[in-house]
Design a protein around this ligand. Structure first.
Ligand SMILES: *Cc1c(COP(=O)(O)O)cnc(C)c1O
Length: 358
């Protein structure tokens, strides 16, 4: 089962403290898109009505924004849900789902829940996708290759050339899923080359781009994400969708958020500054802060990170320990509000340095 970040209320209840900071789930510390917040209250009086099962208005807004046909867009109850749907819709019993060793855990879980084999290829020493190793792990049974870029929990990216090479090596029957949950954050780093899912899709109909309203739009609690692909792939995907799986408020909030360029731009700028601040200021013996184009950083503590995680909890700072990912000396830390960043950095530095004497 997926272990989510510890809720603030749970920590405050357990320790009898207040003012805890959660930097464990890559949520947007600037809050929800104000346009989404304004759109929702007037719709509350219509809650007795079922949502539009086809999600027409939201899909039309997405199709217009990304310049694709309506039939190329599917919506889901978060993009996580679309990963599960994709495995269900496309994988025969003997088919394999392929990603790399430090990919998002949901890819593995989605394969397991559907009873399909999951294959994880080795990464580079920097824990990034090793495109050659990934290609070497492709078999005639490979059906879905799933790549997060930026990847969660490492923050690493796949280059545009790397993604093209994966496509060239992809068996005709297989599909390439590009999980772009953090794409809008990566756009704040124009000087860094990274794969562009929609550009890849324009070249090859076997590409599926996944995006979400949970991250930069600040709507994780609303549960809405979407897929863009070839119309034929979207049709297959929709066949396993549950009826009314995206609520009316989620559809409305997402449409409003899509037009909130200001919130997106502000959030991306804020995240880049906070990532750079952690890269500059979080230090300690054997400590390494990895590069990241997302709204979080991966930190190698140079020793077991679970005790550090526990000590940070006592200081009211909730981060994510990564032992479940097979990274026992690493933590993932999301960006905090600007006013909270000094406390997050200070707590990390205190733990990463002082505990050596204990
Ligand atoms: C957060 C995240 C998602 C999206 O999750 P939903 O809330 O289900 O939309 C998808 N992939 C990755 C890698 C993520 O980090």
């Amino acid at each position: 089962m997926y272990q989510p970040g510890k809720p603030i209320e749970e920590l405050e209840r357990e320790l009898g403290i207040t003012g805890a900071i959660k930097v464990a789930s890559n949520e947007n510390p600037l809050g929800p898109s104000p346009k989404a917040l304004a759109a929702i209250p007037p719709a509350l009086a219509q809650l007795h009505m079922y949502p539009d099962a086809g999600g027409f208005a939201l899909r039309r807004a997405l199709a217009a924004k990304y310049e694709v046909d309506l039939a190329q867009v599917a919506i889901g109850n978060g993009s996580n849900d679309l990963v599960y749907q994709l495995v269900l819709a496309t994988c025969e019993p003997d088919d394999e789902v392929l990603s790399h060793r430090y990919a998002f855990l949901s890819y593995r879980l989605a394969a397991q829940v559907a009873g399909r084999a999951y294959v994880a290829s080795p990464t580079t020493p920097d824990l990034a996708c090793d495109v050659d190793a990934l290609i070497a792990a492709i078999t005639p049974r490979t059906k879905l290759v799933v790549l997060g870029t930026p990847n969660n929990p490492t923050g690493s990216i796949v280059s545009s050339g790397g993604a093209r090479r994966v496509l060239e090596a992809l068996p005709a029957r297989a599909l390439l899923v590009i999980d772009e949950a953090y794409a809008e954050y990566a756009a704040a780093w124009p000087e860094v080359d990274h794969a562009d899912g929609l550009a890849l899709l324009a070249r090859d109909p076997r590409v599926i781009v996944l995006r979400t309203f949970s991250k930069i739009y600040g709507l994780a609690g609303l549960r809405v994400g979407f897929a863009v692909s070839d119309a034929g792939v979207i049709d297959i995907l929709n066949r396993v969708g549950r009826t009314f799986h995206v609520s009316s408020l989620a559809q409305l909030g997402a449409i409003a958020a899509l037009g909130d360029d200001e919130h997106v731009a502000r959030s991306a700028r804020h995240a880049r500054a906070a990532v750079e601040q952690m890269q500059r200021e979080v230090t300690g013996p054997g400590v390494r802060v990895y590069p990241s184009l997302a709204n979080f950083v991966l930190i190698d503590c140079g020793r077991p990170s679970t005790p550090i995680y526990d000590q940070l909890l006592r200081r009211g700072v909730i981060v994510r320990p990564l032992a479940a990912w097979g990274l026992p000396s690493h933590l993932r830390v999301s960006v905090a509000r600007e006013a909270d960043m000094p406390r997050v950095v200070a707590a990390l530095n205190e733990m990463l340095n002082e505990m050596l004497d204990a």
